[in-house]
Design a protein around this ligand. Structure first.
Ligand code: 5AD
Ligand code: SF4
Length: 465
């Protein structure tokens, strides 16, 4: 350990990590944190006292990159005041922008791409020693990590990456360029990691990948997502397994059967449609039609009657006419999603769609986005209100942000539930238990909640007496 602390009484150098973008980035930040803790760093939540500030970034839309540039700009003055402060950019934008970041923001010391982040501790030592800038965006390496399972921000719920990269090259998407080719981890590695997490108190595992449905491609074991789910379901102590994201073209009956039949696999799918127009789907290079997509939804509901489904939609893709957009509106109405993420198309340099003229005006993109958001909110409200009077199983995640006397958690179907503190319903917590009456002592427990109210994003209730 050659890095010396620069602030505070504590002897450990302090690192602050801000994460942008998807769940894979959140996981990577946790892995980075684990690798830094092994080397004697300490994570802080206050950027002001940090010796090292890291941004783990996203490139999916231009706005995500603009946000990071603006945050980096803001730090210029701090770096002038404290020249030994290390500012680093990691992840997709680091891979995408590379040297440009160092040119535009010379006070940045480190640009570290999507496949080099586990080398971070040695990069930091090198910067500390030589005071030189480091650009590490090598593409010919696979991410191979030994996870420090004890270093997690959430004790009872964890992400596990089962594959990385993407071979799909949807025409609008930059991910295959910044995250590289698809690579599946071995079943053995995944099962061992999950066992380690469960031994450390984890109850819920979310399997992550850009396209989890094609898990197993390139492995010699004939493994698929369905067989992996079967294996993981047998791990002792595991309560809930989720997986994201599903590409419709790789969805199979076997996967849906696994969701329906396996005890721990939650009844929820995130299966982005992106558009309801066949013409646009073809231009997006999605390799399915809207009717094939509808058939998959029907099969999912047939095999898993209480399943909830989420989707992503892009509005204003080049050439999207009113008719194309109306096809999306119709699909959204018919499917009745639990929730949807909607995005205005953002052209990305190097993608296939870059050659199309970005001809839908910002105003129309905004209007279409607003229409989808309103429609989805109406659908979600109706679907959530259907839950009133019913009992749902909730994994308690924490206290409610707006009312500390209430708890919050998720159902198996991924709905957020806010409910009254259940202290008096847990007789095993006696008066002598110092945690009795403290709602946070229920974090990580499974409770049954009866729903008495609902909005588009939240179910409200109380613990069943
Ligand atoms: N513009 C807008 N949205 C995009 N997405 C991916 N690329 C773009 C882009 N260029 C959306 C897709 C994807 C989600 C993660 O981000 O809907 O599913
Ligand atoms: Fe991007 Fe398509 Fe791969 Fe998803 S499946 S990461 S949208 S290229």
């Amino acid at each position: 350990m050659t890095i010396k602390p620069k602030t505070g009484n504590n002897n450990l150098p302090k690192v602050f990590i801000k994460t942008f973008g998807c769940q894979m980035n959140k996981l990577d930040s946790e892995l980075i944190f684990g690798s830094l803790v092994k080397k004697g760093y300490m994570l802080v939540s206050d950027e002001e006292i940090a010796d090292v500030i890291l941004f783990n970034t996203c490139s999916v839309r231009q706005k995500a990159e603009d946000k990071v540039y603006s945050q980096l700009g803001r730090l210029k003055k701090r770096k002038e005041e404290r020249p030994d402060l290390i500012i680093g950019v990691m992840g997709c934008m680091a891979q995408n922008e590379g040297e440009k970041i160092l040119e535009r923001m010379p006070h940045v010391s480190l640009v570290c791409g999507t496949r080099m982040f586990l080398k971070l501790p040695s990069f930091l030592e090198e910067i500390n020693r030589s005071n030189r800038q480091i650009l590490a965006i090598n593409e010919d390496v696979t991410v191979d990590y030994d996870r420090l399972v004890t270093q997690r921000l959430n004790r009872f719920s964890a992400f596990v990456s089962i594959m990385r990269g993407c071979d799909n090259y949807c025409s609008y998407c930059i991910v295959p360029y910044v995250r590289g080719r698809e690579f599946s981890r071995s079943v053995e590695d995944i099962v061992n990691e999950v066992k380690g997490l469960v031994d450390d108190g984890c109850k819920e595992i979310t399997l992550l990948g850009q396209n989890v449905n094609s898990y197993g491609k390139g492995l010699h074991s004939n493994s698929t997502l369905a067989t992996l789910l079967q294996k993981l379901d047998t791990v002792d102590g595991i309560e809930r397994i989720r997986f994201v994201t599903s590409h419709p073209k790789d969805m199979s009956k076997e996967i849906l059967e696994a969701v329906g039949e396996l005890r721990s696999v939650c009844e929820h799918l995130h299966m982005p449609a992106q558009s309801g127009s066949d013409r646009i789907l073809q231009k997006m290079r999605r390799f399915y039609t809207s009717s094939q997509y509808r058939e998959l939804i029907d099969m999912a509901r047939d095999l898993v009657p209480d399943i909830t489904i989420a989707s992503d939609f892009i509005v204003g893709f080049p050439g999207e006419s009113d008719d194309d957009f109306n096809d999306t509106v119709t699909l959204m109405k018919e499917v009745r999603y639990q929730n949807c993420f909607t995005f205005k198309y953002s052209p990305r340099t190097g993608t296939y769609a870059e050659k199309f003229v970005d001809d839908v005006t910002e105003e129309i993109k905004k209007k279409r986005n607003h229409i989808l958001l309103e429609l989805q909110s109406e659908i979600s409200t109706k679907m959530n209100k259907e839950k009133i009077g019913k009992s749902v199983e909730v994994l308690v995640e924490g206290t409610s942000k707006t009312d500390k006397s209430k708890l919050t958690g998720r159902t198996r179907q991924n709905q957020i539930v806010v409910f009254h503190s259940p202290e008096r319903f847990f007789p095993e917590h006696s008066i002598s238990d110092s945690r009795a009456g403290d709602p946070s002592s229920f974090i990580g427990k499974l409770v049954n909640v009866t729903i008495n109210d609902a909005t588009d994003l939240t179910l409200y209730g109380c613990v069943r007496e």
